[in-house]
Design a protein around this ligand. Structure first.
Ligand SMILES: [Zn+2]
Length: 298
């Protein structure tokens, strides 16, 4: 990831992290990246995969193997992240499973606690040639309908600088008005704060909550030094809407189950969903400026 982010910074664009939740959504990122000639960061959300409410406990090793295979077989450069896991043990397992970047979600923890945890995570990750992203401050999370479920806390530039210096993290996610899971309206970014962060923090800066930021603000944020943008919600929404549309236009009782789920042809519901996710990612890669950048990454 470090190599991708350095190239992005030098060439004034951002690499997208397009979060996946299953095989189709993972392959959609590969489809999009190859079509756009763009680097990409692929991966899964540790908070979801490791969620205690899951009916079946998932093995991070299976997801790591899937992600690694996709990254290794892609015709463009890719890195593999386990994003936002609350359990440190899951992050350690992720390193063994082949994830190249890990990120701890330190919900509600203070700065010194966060420094302590991330220092240990960085030591473990760097020991096996992997990298660490972390967040200082806290993004608000939106409810369906756009109201905020939590107010969040903007990133303090001096705290962020100290955090990066003491932990040695490889990338820093910042809270500058961006909101997690925001649909239907757009957040307003604090560009004065971003400028101060860029000036004080040595690590590459990451913007989560990409779904809820309008294109002009995304471009402006990239120009101001953001070089990784996380996108998840809009991809999940595309997937859901594609399946919803499928049921409205197909009578599945009259179709061969293989054709609906497995053959990969015109009436395969997963083909349509994958294509709709990929189309949205290609659109975002253009906004991020990462289109056609893959060829010049050494
Ligand atoms: Zn996030």
């Amino acid at each position: 990831m470090g190599k991708l982010l350095r190239h992005a910074q030098e060439n004034k664009y951002a690499v997208g992290y397009f979060e996946s939740w299953n095989l189709e959504s993972l392959l959609a990122v590969k489809d999009a990246a190859e079509q756009a000639g763009s680097p990409a960061i692929i991966g899964f959300n540790g908070g979801f995969l490791g969620n205690s409410k899951r009916k079946v406990a998932e093995s991070i090793r299976i997801y790591g193997a899937l992600g690694r295979a996709v990254a290794e077989n892609a015709r463009v450069p890719m890195s593999l992240i386990l994003n936002e896991a609350t359990e440190v043990s899951l992050l350690m397992e992720a390193l063994e499973a082949g994830f190249k970047v890990i990120m701890h979600d330190n919900e509600g923890g203070g700065l010194s606690e966060s420094i302590r945890i991330n220092t240990a995570i960085v030591r473990a990750a760097h020991g096996v040639g992997a990298e660490v992203e972390a967040e200082i401050g806290e993004l608000p999370t939106a409810e369906i309908g756009g109201a905020l479920a939590s107010p969040g806390e903007k990133t303090d530039p001096d705290e962020a600088a100290r955090f990066v210096r003491e932990t040695g993290v490889d990338a820093l996610a910042v809270a500058i008005g961006n909101v997690h899971v925001l649909e239907g309206r757009k957040s307003r970014l604090d560009f004065d704060l971003l400028a101060e962060l860029r000036q004080k923090v040595t690590a590459p800066l990451v913007l989560h909550g990409g779904t809820g930021i309008d294109e002009a603000e995304l471009r402006k944020a990239i120009h101001a030094g953001i070089c990784k943008i996380n996108v998840g919600t809009v991809l999940r929404r595309k997937f859901i809407n594609s399946l919803k549309g499928y049921y409205q236009t197909h009578d599945v009782d009259l179709l061969d189950p293989g054709a609906v789920t497995s053959v990969g042809g015109d009436v395969d519901m997963l083909v349509g969903a994958r294509a709709e996710i990929a189309a949205e990612i290609v659109r975002l890669m253009r906004v991020f400026g990462s289109e056609r950048q893959a060829a010049s990454i050494g």
